[in-house]
Design a binder for this molecule. Structure first.
Ligand code: CDP
Length: 127
């Protein structure tokens, strides 16, 4: 079973979403940035690597929230709250980035899998 990590970065009552460019069926839809854990990596290390590669930021921590999501038969994905250490996020691997508050989150066209985390994200944005 492969593992995918997705990172939630919070700032000023908003969470950072990224707009996918691929595959065609997901292009244009929004997600928490992340990717597959590589052999030998912890979830925290994978998050740090993926967010460095995709956003040009340094993050640390990996505070899991919400339910795990099954992606097909051989991948499971978990969401983690991470702390922004340095850098200003840039869309190095996405079409665009957006900081959204609880209200804007409801309007975003999220990829289906990430919708499982909406209740938890709502709570974290409210509190
Ligand atoms: O680049 P890498 O192959 O490591 O990761 P990816 O292609 O971004 O993500 C691996 C799988 O997780 C794909 O099937 C993505 O659609 C899915 N994914 C997702 O559903 N929601 C996310 N927030 C991140 C990834």
């Amino acid at each position: 079973m492969g593992h995918v990590v997705a990172g939630a970065v919070f700032r000023d009552g908003r969470v950072l979403l990224a707009q996918r460019t691929r595959p065609p069926e997901l292009a244009g839809r929004w997600e928490l940035p992340g990717g597959k854990i590589e052999p030998g990596e912890s979830a925290e290390q994978a998050l740090a690597r993926e967010l460095r590669e995709e956003l040009g930021i340094e993050v640390r921590g990996a505070d899991r929230f919400g339910p795990p999501v099954q992606l097909g038969s051989d991948l499971v994905m978990c969401a983690y709250r991470v702390d922004l250490v340095s850098g200003e996020p840039r869309p190095l691997d996405h079409a665009a980035l957006r900081w959204v508050d609880a209200k804007e989150l409801e309007q975003m066209d999220l990829v289906e899998a990430d919708r499982a985390w909406l209740p938890a994200l709502r709570d974290m944005l409210a509190g």
